[in-house]
Design a protein around this ligand. Structure first.
Ligand code: HT7
Ligand code: ZN
Length: 882
């Protein structure tokens, strides 16, 4: 397969002004009529230019007409990749393509496919070409009209984008609907749903008085589970008006939940299609985390209506233009709806756990990639999460008002267009009269920049000097890295823990300013704070103001001080993480050498102080729970070369067990004090629940029969899924405890009718740190609760195994690797996109010890040699081997 390059972009030769689609949905064959009003974009005269329409081998071409006349086969060329009309008319013309497809055989879940007996679509990034031949690229925007015909009894609901303009019954038990979308859109935003679905309905009146009907379609038996998604939608619509002045633009907004979906959800114009796990929730069936995910993803897809749909991407290299921006927007929404600091901590933890490793491995790419073989492989944490960090940096550099001005100008300039990341940067710069040239490398450079800060206090001059140095490590294909403009938010703490007022040399100090944003853009720069009355403890990179790896000269004492006093919640958490990370890395080194492991009492005391904060009135319990969590084995393995998962596990296990032993009384007390009689869903109750379950998880490390019994009792009496699954999780890693198996079986019996809950059941067992857990996972592959065709099940079982327990996936005998190699090849025959996501478990093979490297490499070589491999898996595996 050949890569596609950003540098080769050229604008399309033909505009598609209007498209009329006609779907005859059938059980055996679906026939698609596609009538396009084509207009050449090049000047009249000269040679005719061929019109290339993307296609797929699964699509059968049944007819091509130009201006009502069937084309002779000599007038076009049909290949596996598409259809070329060799010499189309030089003036505007009507092109009609008829195709036949078999959605019921589509296991890739791209294009038109069936899920639980219903028809649905997924066209981003390049799925539309699996429906019909088309210029399937985001810079071709058209007005779509869609007519759907289907059996009325089987498919009473027929939906597409835009407004319903006609409907009626037909002979033979069929019926039809016609939908018109007045907003020009690229084909990736096209959607169709036909099925037997129930619906809940609400409405929203926009600030300018438009009444919008809001409908959520789910299977009839799930109708009681869609309320939270509706609440989340209404909150999102209001928030986008309040914060960005952005209103919804049609009279109808639909969401449809489907069980078989490759990703989370899809922002098709006015017809969002969702993975059912991101719609369905009741307290008994969904955890607090599920509720947050639903709130965030419903918002994300809704926000795309402006950032993605009204203004879209010129080409797929610009994906972060819509995804980074929309993730930033959904993060801000969730921060406003919940606890801002805790949300930020969660987002940064995710970035570090998933994106930093990607940026340090063979798949490292800039947020605006320069080439791809299969676009689906670039829906990555880099494009999404690092992309969101880049957007956040504009806000930090320009201020909230400056950022809003930039957004307003972006929409003013580009509404209805397909544009680039450079256009976004230009709008931000122009709206603020700012020079953002030094910011550009964030789009073109891969790799996580390193930021090193050293400090010096001059008591006589009352100055505090920060020397900042930056460098970005080499990444595949990019050795020459430029310095980037990064905002470094800094505070200085006085000895009483209060924030000092700050004045930066060469700048007029703003009265009362206690956080300064340094504009750091050179390889090395110094910043001097003046009038600093006493030696401060600096709080550096507040709120994680740039996505970098920070190292400082802060001492353990400074970090303990920051943990207790920093007014920046993120940095209070970060101080604890830095402290425990240093301890863990030291113990990993000792464990590797077979030395005795000794706990640092200062850290036990610091943790005790954190847990004891829960006793204070008004304590932020969600924050306390976060602060109690230690850096994960995965995070540590990024910092140890070569990484030995057994050694890392041993060191971390030692620290967690020691903390659990030392803090047992405090943990028991806090767990019981935060146990409520009855489930409530308000913020305080959720925070208390998180804290209680964090205590239980820690206590379970004691391997104490009394704790096991308590977990089992909690499991049996839980009145909500958060508590039930937390108790089950506390038992799931306990090898020789009788309650474990009993609880796993009881959970299965209770919930086997609910596929979403079965995903949790599979994931929990897959990730358990039991000896030789690969055997359990292999057994679960054959269990009726598993279905290899369903992405959610694969992500839970296979993803849960690979991401859950380093000691099992990286088992020294290679059994974990063999399991992954085997199953990736099986999945790949059905769904290359899902297989590619799973094979990512091997990508960082070079990080491990020699023996593990060899075994992982052998699996990659076996996979890449396999005949008929998907382009998706080929791209990931071949890049991993480079
Ligand atoms: N924009 C959506 C992307 C998406 C997708 C991409 C590739 C394959 C399947 C997919 N399903 C959805 C989701 C979003 O970011 O909002
Ligand atoms: Zn998105």
């Amino acid at each position: 397969p050949k890569p596609i390059y950003l540098k080769d972009y050229t604008a399309p030769d033909y505009r598609f002004a209007k498209v009329v689609l006609d779907f005859e949905l059938g059980e055996e064959v679906t026939v698609v009529g596609n009538t396009i009003s084509v207009e050449p974009t090049f000047a009249a005269g000269g040679d005719p230019r061929p019109l290339f329409l993307n296609g797929d081998p699964t699509v059968e071409l049944a007819g091509v007409e130009v201006n009502g006349t069937a084309l002779d086969a000599s007038a076009y060329v049909l290949t596996k990749k598409g259809l070329t009309i060799t010499a189309p008319p030089a003036a505007p013309f009507e092109l009609k393509i008829t195709t036949k497809i078999k959605p019921q055989e589509n296991t890739e879940l791209e294009g038109l496919y069936k899920s639980s007996g219903n028809f649905c679509t997924q066209c981003e990034a390049e799925g539309f070409r699996r429906i019909t031949f088309y210029q399937d690229r985001p810079d071709v925007m058209s007005e779509f009209t869609t007519r759907i015909t289907a059996d009325k009894a089987k498919y009473p609901v027929l939906l597409s984008n835009g407004n319903l303009v006609d409907s009626g019954d037909l002979d033979g038990g069929k019926h039809f609907t016609v939908w018109e979308d007045p907003f020009p859109k690229p084909a990736y935003l096209f959607a169709l749903v036909a099925g037997d679905l129930g619906m809940i309905e609400d409405k929203f009146t926009t600030k300018s008085g438009r009444e919008v009907a809001l409908r959520i379609y789910v299977e009839e038996h799930n109708l009681d589970k869609a309320d939270w998604a509706m609440v989340s939608l209404i909150k999102s619509m209001k928030w986008d008006e309040d914060v960005f002045g952005l209103e919804y633009d049609l009279d109808l907004f639909n969401i449809v939940a489907v069980d078989d979906f490759n990703m989370g959800a899809m922002e098709n114009k006015s017809l969002n299609i969702f993975n059912s796990r991101l719609v369905l929730a009741t307290p008994q069936t969904a955890t607090d985390m599920d509720y947050s995910a639903i709130e965030g993803v419903v918002a994300h897809e809704y926000f795309h209506n402006w950032t993605g749909n009204r203004v879209t991407c010129r080409d797929w290299f610009q994906l972060s233009l819509k995804e980074g921006l929309t993730v930033y927007r959904d993060q801000e929404f969730s921060a406003d709806m919940n606890s801002r600091g805790v949300k930020r901590i969660g987002d940064v933890a995710r970035l570090r756990m998933a994106q930093f490793p990607q940026d340090a491995g063979p798949m490292a790419h800039p947020i605006r990639p320069e080439s791809y073989i299969k676009m689906d492989n670039f829906y990555t944490v880099t494009v999404y999460e690092k992309g969101a960090e880049v957007v956040r940096m504009y806000e930090t550099l320009l201020g909230k008002d400056g950022f809003r001005k930039g957004m307003d100008l972006y929409f003013e300039r580009h509404d209805g267009q397909a544009v680039t990341c450079d256009d976004f940067l230009a709008a931000m710069a122009d709206a603020n009269g700012a020079d953002l040239t030094a910011f550009k490398p964030w789009y073109s450079q891969a790799g996580t920049p390193k930021l090193d800060v050293t400090t010096e206090y001059d008591a006589a001059a009352k100055t505090f000097t920060m020397t900042c140095t930056q460098s970005t490590p080499t990444t595949p294909g990019q050795s020459d890295k430029k310095p980037v403009l990064m905002p470094i938010a800094v505070g200085l703490l006085a000895s009483d823990g209060s924030d000092m007022e700050l004045t930066l040399e060469g700048e007029a100090g703003a009265a009362g300013e206690t956080t300064k944003v340094l504009r750091f853009s050179e390889a090395s720069q110094t910043f001097v704070f003046t009038d600093v009355a006493e030696k401060p403890v600096p709080s550096i990179l507040r709120n994680f103001s740039a996505p970098v790896r920070l190292s400082t000269d802060l001492t353990q004492e400074d970090l303990i001080f920051l943990m207790a006093n920093d007014s920046d919640q993120f940095n209070r958490w970060e101080a604890g993480q830095t402290l425990t990370r240093a301890l863990l890395l030291d113990l990993v080194e000792k464990a590797g050498k077979g030395e005795e492991l000794v706990m640092d009492q200062a850290i036990v005391d610091a943790m005790r102080n954190i847990v004891n904060l829960a006793k204070e009135k008004g304590a932020d319990k969600a924050f306390i729970a976060r602060a109690m969590a230690l850096p994960s084995e995965g995070e540590l393995s990024e910092m140890v070369v070569p990484a030995d998962p057994d050694v890392i596990h041993a060191a971390r296990d030692f620290v967690v067990k020691t903390l659990a032993k030392e803090l047992k009384e405090e943990l028991l007390w806090t767990m019981r004090d935060n146990t409520s009689e009855k489930y409530e869903r308000d913020g305080e109750s959720r925070a208390a629940r998180t804290l209680k379950n964090t205590c239980l998880a820690l206590l379970s490390y004691l391997e104490d029969p009394e704790i096991d019994a308590e977990a089992f009792r909690r499991f049996k009496t839980a009145d909500n899924m958060t508590d039930q699954i937390s108790a089950l999780s506390a038992l799931s890693g306990r090898a020789d405890c009788v309650e474990r198996e009993e609880a796993i079986d009881a959970f299965y019996e209770q919930w086997k009718h609910d596929p979403l809950i079965m995903n949790k059941w599979l994931g929990l067992q897959a990730g358990a740190s039991l000896p030789n857990n690969v055997e359990n996972v292999k057994r679960l592959v054959d269990h009726p609760a598993f279905d290899i065709k369903n992405p959610n099940k694969v992500y839970s079982l296979v993803g849960g195994f690979v991401g859950g327990t380093p000691i099992n996936f990286h088992a020294a005998d290679g059994s974990g690797y063999e399991f992954l190699g085997d199953i990736v090849l099986k999945i790949d025959k059905l769904n290359g996109g899902v297989a590619a996501r799973m094979v990512g478990g091997f990508t960082r093979w070079r990080k491990y010890d020699e023996k593990r490297q060899e075994m992982m490499k052998a699996q990659l070589e076996r996979i890449v040699k396999t005949e008929g491999l998907s382009e998706n898996v080929f791209e990931i595996v071949s890049k991993s081997l480079e």
